[in-house]
Every structure is written in C-alpha cells, then in structure tokens.
Design a protein. Structure first.
Lengths: 362, 289
C-alpha cells in the first residue's frame, strides 16, 4: 500500500529547547492517524512542520514519496485545518471553498461544480452564498473541512479542530468526521489532547510526550497493552500504585506497596527484585464482591468514599484499608450493587492479568 | 431587538450631554451658520449689503481660484494614497513581522516626531533641504553635485512634507486593524496555495479596509485643510486652497469671499469622502468605530 506521509527522524529545536525529538512514523494511504499528547508536547510543532510552516532542524518529511524539504506550504499536497478554522470572514462559503481552486487557476465552471459536490458531501447543500458569521460552530467546521478536501490533498492535517466546540457537538462531530474520512478516503493526520477523540476516530494513534513518541499503536492496543507508564496514565482512566518488586518470574511479578499490600501482576519486561515500579489498573478491571472460588485474583478490602453516578460511566471512589490511595472502581450496569453506600466496607479483587507494571521513572 | 428602547431624559444624561451639545452648538454649528450667512452677503453698486451669490460666482469666474481648488483636491488625494503606500508596510511590519516586545518601541518611534509641533518639524525639513542645507552640503562635499541646488519650494517636496506630516494618522488605524487580523488567516491562505500578492489583496486588504478608510479620511481632511506645510515648503508657485482663504480673510480683508471659499472647501471634502466611502463600499458608522 502506498505511504502518503513518511516522517523520518525529524527533530525541531528552538534554542536549547527541543520541541520535537527524533520522531519517525509512516501513514499509509487512507488512514486516520492521530497524534495524542498533552499541551506543550510538541504535537503542533510537528504538524506545522508537515504543513510546511516550520522547517525541521533535522530529519526528512516525505509526502507521497516526495521530499518536502524547502517546499513552501502553498506548494505542498497537504492542507491544514486550523484550531480556530481560519475561515475567511470577508468571503462567502462558496468563495472560501473556491479560494484554493482559484489559486490553481481551474476553470470557473469546474470550480462551481466542485463546490456544489463538496458541499453535498459535507451535508451543507445550498450553503454557497451564506456568510461565515451566519454559520453555527458545526457548520463552520464542515466548511473548513470542505475548503481543504475540495483540493484533494494527499494528506489532510487537523489541528484540534473540535477543541472550540461544546461537548455535545464535539461528540457528534467525532462520529461525523470518522464517517466522512471513511467516505472520502483521504489520509487524515489529526492532533488532539483529548484521548477519547483519538481513540474513537483513529486507525492508529501515536502518543506523544515531551517531543517524542511513547507508543504508536491501534487504539485497542494503546488501551489494553500500554508500553510505558506515560501511556497508561494518559490514555483512559487508571488506578495507580507505586511499589517494589519482591519476586519476578517470566512476566509475572509480585509487588509490595508502601502500605504493605501484596499484588501479583504482569510486567512488559522482566524486573529484578527491589526495583521501584508503578502499577496500573483500569477501573473496569476491578471486581466487586468476587465469588470466593475464583482463582488468580488479588483480593483486598476497601472503604467506599463516594458514589460517582454518571450513567453508564458510574464509579465508586474508595480507599483500601489503612491506606489513603484513591481507587476508582467501575460499577457494572446491572444495578447489582445499588445497595452499596458511603462508608461501606466491601471486598474487591482484580485478575493478575489485568494489571500492568513498569519500572518507575523517578 | 425589535423593541425600540425608550429614551428617558435623566440627570446623568443631561450632565454628559451638556458639554457635547455646547461644543457642537457654540464651536461648530454657530460659526458655520454665520460663515454661511457671510458667504451669501455682498455689496451692491451703492455700497449696501445685499443677499447674493456673487462670492460663489467669483470663484467660478476666476480661474486662479478654481484651479487652486482642483489642484488642492488632486494633491490631497495623491498625498492620501502615498501615505497609505508608505504606512501600510510599516504597520504590517510592526504588527505581523517584528517580535511582540519590539512593537511598543517601534510605535514609540513612530509617535516621537509628533511630540514637537508641526512648525518645528517643517523647519527640520527646511534645514535638511534648503540650498545651504545639510543634504546639499554633503552632496557637494562628496562631489555628486557641482553646486548646491534648491530642493525646497516645489511640489515634490511639498507632497513629501505632507505625507510625512500625516503618516501617523494613517499608521495608527492600520496598526490597530492589522492587530485584529488573525495570523492563521494568512497561514490558511498560504496553505491553500496563495502567494504573497494574493494574500495581500484577498485577505489583508479586505480585512484592513475599515482602518484604511478611516485613516484615509483623517489624512485627506488634514491635508486638505493644512496651511503650514504647503505655505512653508511649497513656496509661492505651489498654491494651496487654504492660502486663498487666508488671503481673503487677512490680506484682502474680504470676509465674505473667504467664507464662501471656506464653505466650498467643506463641500469638497464631504464630497470626496462620500465618494470614497461609496467606492470602497464602507459605511461611515463602521469606519469611525
């Protein structure tokens, strides 16, 4: 399969500060690729290098096998959707969309046709003559996408375009954007700090931290098989313990926490006894009041601190006995545990295979 | 809002409105009414004061008057255009190119000459440009000129002086309007394949239009009504219409004729500004904001 975008060992330094540190990745044609990271991790700098607004300090960027070094943004087959969309307020919807086509000196009748077609595609037929400030947030979003897609770029770059929308619209646009991408088949490179956006829409996600990629993987793998403690912390909710390795055999380790709890869990790499580790566990991996005969469980008792009701995403906030670590425990949806109240003492457990630990970085 | 807001006359309203109304009535409306009255008065053959259009007729019958008038208008438009051409890159540089911490400093540099009066600034130009001035001195020293030449008292110098004088009044509205231009609009245009020229004419200029028009109005009116600069470095061949008005009032002591000229200048500037607004499709209410 053709590779639409290939980033090879790209770095960007500003004085002493390294914004992007030796990043490499490839995006095959038609893929939805996300770069997920906290603000200030260098993802915007990386995107601007691909778009051509910033030159990399080292490394190469290839779009459709062509080296982009020295090619200005107006000559690159990549288009960028800006965070605040940057629609031209002095033009109508049609003029905005025609802007790029006119720059290519396409025929007037062709431009007309393409505008009509792309507006239908983004579900805004008949919006040609509307002014930009007449549009709602979601409509502006779609015009911005149409303005780029009409140019049929090899790669469409999106810089947190959903950030400015309210929650409800954001959820809706997430699904729409994924559907649209599947329809048009253009390669999308999407950057965001919102892990749910990245997980829902992407084929592959790169988790970025302090200028480098921590892990590039499918959303499923990022969630279930994180490779670093940063990925565990950043992608999805997690309960975290610190502890020390007591025993290690193959990929199973015994851990003792500072408060004297013992857990058995898996590790991504063999760990020598005495190593300080961070242990991560998903809230939904906790089993409340497990049957007594279930094997291979880490069992312990907790005191319920509060009930966090949030529909399908309801949880318990609890402390282990003689420990003030806060634990999130997902509540199953069958209302089986409706009797649990604040300050109740309950037994919880988790399977040895559902936790994961990493040597702690400190 | 479809409901019309009721207008109540309250004490605070009176307090705020009184100075404005006094200023409008005493300093603007009354003098102009008197000016209009005076411009329509003349003496008949017996020396009696009568109502007449003769002052206005004199303007059209005497070529020197209306030629000066047209000249003043054409040069003022020229000065406005040139001020824009000079001020636009300066404003763009200050707002979009230079690092933000230097912006204040550069604005200061732009403002500095305006701390001294126009008279002193014009004298400054005269020291530089006159026959025995600084520039002539250096040019003859370096052997570029055999003998000093007179650079003052011609139209080119006068236009340059007027542009210099009005520069700030164009630059300030341009800076403020360009500051409100989102950089990502420029980047987006570039990303969509536009070159520098297209970005300038399709994005920057349309966005800056209210600032351009308000700066142009100020510069045009100041230039049209300028007396000092044309008089001092324009010399005797470079007549400006304000000089005609001055001559009527002070030299000929013909206040009626002077009033008529004053009114004609007012009509002229209003007409040109109206045409300018129509041409650029701007609304006065938006421009003065």
């Amino acid at each position: 399969m053709q590779t639409d975008l290939s980033v090879q060992c790209v770095s960007k330094t500003f004085g002493d500060f390294t914004a992007v540190d030796n990043v490499s990745f490839e995006v095959p044609q038609g893929e939805f690729f996300s770069i997920l990271g906290p603000s200030g991790c260098g993802k915007t700098t990386l995107l601007r290098m691909i778009a051509g607004f910033t030159a990399p300090s080292r490394g190469k960027i290839l779009i459709r096998e062509e080296d982009m070094a020295g090619v200005p943004p107006n000559r690159r087959p990549a288009n960028l959707i800006f965070q605040h969309l940057a629609l031209f307020p002095m033009m109508t919807v049609a003029q905005n969309i025609a802007f790029g086509l006119q720059r290519r000196r396409e025929k007037r009748s062709d431009i007309q046709q393409k505008i009509t077609r792309i507006l239908e595609r983004v579900d805004l037929p008949g919006f040609e003559d509307k002014a930009i400030d007449q549009l709602s947030g979601g409509q502006k979003q779609r015009v911005a996408i149409a303005r780029c897609l009409v140019l049929e770029p090899a790669v469409l770059l999106l810089d947190e375009p959903l950030g400015a929308l309210d929650l409800k619209l954001r959820e809706q646009m997430k699904v729409e954007l994924k559907k649209l991408q599947a329809q048009v088949g253009t390669t999308f490179v999407y950057i965001t700090h919102d892990q749910s956006e990245a997980l829902v829409m992407s084929d592959h996600v790169a988790v970025m931290n302090q200028g480098h990629f921590e892990q590039v993987d499918t959303p499923q793998n990022l969630y279930h098989q994180p490779q670093t403690s940063f990925v565990s912390r950043f992608v999805g909710d997690n309960n975290a313990w610190s502890g020390v390795v007591k025993r290690c055999e193959a990929e199973t380790v015994d851990i003792e926490t500072p408060s004297g709890q013992h857990f058995r869990t898996r590790a991504t790499a063999p760990l020598t006894p005495g190593t300080a580790v961070d242990l991560f566990l998903r809230p939904e991996a906790m089993i409340i009041q497990p049957a007594a005969d279930l094997p291979n469980l880490n069992r312990f008792e907790v005191i319920v601190k509060s009930l966090l009701f949030d529909g399908a995403n309801s949880r318990l906030l609890a402390n282990p006995l003689n420990d003030d670590t806060e634990l999130l425990i997902a509540l199953p949806q069958n209302r089986q545990f409706d009797h649990i109240r604040r300050d109740d003492r309950i037994e919880v457990a988790w399977d040895e295979q559902s936790g994961i630990c990493f040597a702690s970085s400190e | 809002m479809t409901m019309k807001r009721r207008f109540h006359i309250t004490l605070p309203l009176i307090c705020f409105l009184t100075p404005v109304l006094l200023w409008l009535v005493l300093l603007i409306v009354l003098p102009h009414v008197d000016l209009l009255r005076m411009s329509l008065r003349a003496e008949d053959d017996y020396g009696n004061a009568i109502w007449s259009f003769s002052n206005y007729m004199a303007f059209f019958q005497e070529p020197i008057y209306w030629l000066t008038f047209v000249r003043t208008a054409v040069y003022s438009i020229m000065v406005t255009v040139m001020t824009f051409i000079v001020a636009m890159p300066v404003a763009f540089y200050i707002t979009k190119v230079v690092a933000p911490r230097f912006q204040g400093f550069l604005m200061m540099l732009l403002l500095m000459p305006f701390w001294v009066s126009e008279l002193v600034r014009v004298y400054g130009w005269m020291i530089l440009l006159r026959e025995s001035g600084v520039i002539n001195h250096f040019l003859t020293r370096m052997g570029i000129l055999n003998q000093p030449i007179e650079m003052l008292y011609n139209d080119v110098t006068m236009v340059m002086g007027l542009v210099y004088t009005s520069m700030l009044f164009m630059a300030v509205p341009l800076v403020s309007v360009l500051e409100s231009l989102d950089d990502s609009l420029i980047e987006a245009a570039c990303d969509l394949g536009a070159n520098m020229g297209t970005i300038f004419f399709r994005i920057v200029i349309p966005h800056a239009m209210p600032g351009i028009v308000s700066g142009s109005i100020v510069v045009f009116m100041l230039t049209l009504g300028n007396y000092l600069t044309p008089n001092m470095i324009g010399g005797k061949n470079a007549l400006w219409f304000t000089e005609q008005i001055y001559n009527q009032f002070i030299a000929s002591f013909n206040w009626n004729q002077g009033s008529a000229f004053g009114f004609l200048l007012l009509v002229l500037s209003s007409l040109v500004i109206w045409a300018g607004l129509k041409l650029t499709r701007q609304k006065l209410s938006r421009v003065v904001q």
